[in-house]
Design a protein around this ligand. Sequence first.
Ligand code: AG3
Length: 275
Amino acid sequence: MKGLWYTEHQEAGVAISLKAKTKLHEERTDFQFLEVLDTDTFGRMLVLDGAIQTTMKDEFVYHEMISLVALNTHPHPENVLVVGGGDGGAIREIAKHPHVKKATLVEIDPAVIDASKKYFPEISCGLNDPKVEVKVEDGIKHIAESKGKYDVILVDSTDPAGPAVGLFEHGFYQGIFDALKEDGIFVAQTESPFLTENLIRGVFQDFKSIFPIAKLYLAYIPTYPSGMWSFTIGSKKYDPEAVDTAKIPDTNTRYYTPQIHKAAFALPLFVQDLL
Ligand code: AG3
């Protein structure tokens, strides 16, 4: 097989390779190694420390699913925070939502924001929305300094390695609980049920010990390890499965629908057994 192939060697001793036309950019930032490639089938692709973060072809799945389940569960999600997610994909979905008045992005690595603005304008476009404030800051510090402030908080992190380790810890989740209003909702991306069972188990126990309502939901993202991806949601008041689907606004999605909102919580038995 000739040509340029990009291979992600995943933690679990599995690899995924994508054929690419060219590498558009690489740099060692203050926090991680950042690469942008132009792949044949998935289009432009952002890679951090060797882990595929997003591709033009499948980014909508992740960005809609990390954002819209919480936004449509909360009856009035006006003030929303994203920790990480410097590519701006989650912010794009949040900025489109009719109830949102203010969205804040707290990203530790400004190089991710800059690369996304340059190479992924379709993903980063939300960052220019007048409702959006971008802060280059440590998310852990921002959470520690926020109290009772947000309706919805999303943690759009990299894998639990390098700069993201602290974003998977019990103390951070407790800080998020405190940074939310009394009816707030929290969602974190929580990796693959096929490959990171212990992580999912641990995170779920942490969520359960902090939030009155804790649930896991799934989406299918072909360029992530195993393709089956989990999100964990913690809610102080509203049950994400009890949402009135007739009230869900149409925000011009490509994966998320009111039916998917409910169906995403239907878990295969082996996933239920992790919780
Ligand atoms: N953040 C989660 C990416 C995790 C993928 N892991 C991997 N390829 N090993 C995505 C950021 C998109 N806004």
